[in-house]
Design a protein around this ligand. Sequence first.
Ligand code: ITT
Length: 179
Amino acid sequence: MKIYFVTTNTGKYEEVKKMLSEHEIIRKDMTYPEIQADTLEEVADFGMEFLSKKLDGKIMLEDSGLFINALNGFPGVYSAYVFKSIGNEGIIKLMAGIEDRRAYFKSVIAFYDGKVRFFEGECNGSISENVRGESGFGYDPIFIPEGEARTFGEMEKEEKNRYSHRGMAVLKLKKFLRV
Ligand code: ITT
């Protein structure tokens, strides 16, 4: 099946393409309005509403974020902005002296085939004491998934996909597409 994946993020595209290799995933490097909302679902829904009027065929987008318990879920829906402004070093500084380092990643995929459908995934873990590893993108070098000692930044794509929020959401989409 031919699916347009609208994202400006090469890392996301590479991960999704690897998992949906039975399909033709065509990247559309374009932006869509990302509204200020309380949940990723609302952001994804609004974005797809816009895109479904612009593109023909099957479309997907993915909205994700890092939620840190001790910071009441921050950066959450503001993850992209916070990453661009303070980056991983900034998060490590914010977490200095904080014992509870639990955090989770969440991913919401919106898929459009005449109707919008949502697929979600979460990945629990913790924030590392320092920035570690060069793989992946974004917050990968400061996020340690549960049951692991390494950060996502220290893992290959396939391994990260097995644990990750995006991996879970894509798996649900894959099942929906019956492959
Ligand atoms: P889009 O064009 O797809 O929106 P984006 O990078 O702006 O690309 P989001 O709006 O979903 O994506 O913002 C999510 C932010 O959280 C962004 O800064 C990512 O780098 C970060 N993030 C999301 N998933 C991640 C993952 O698996 N590993 C590390 N960081 C992640």
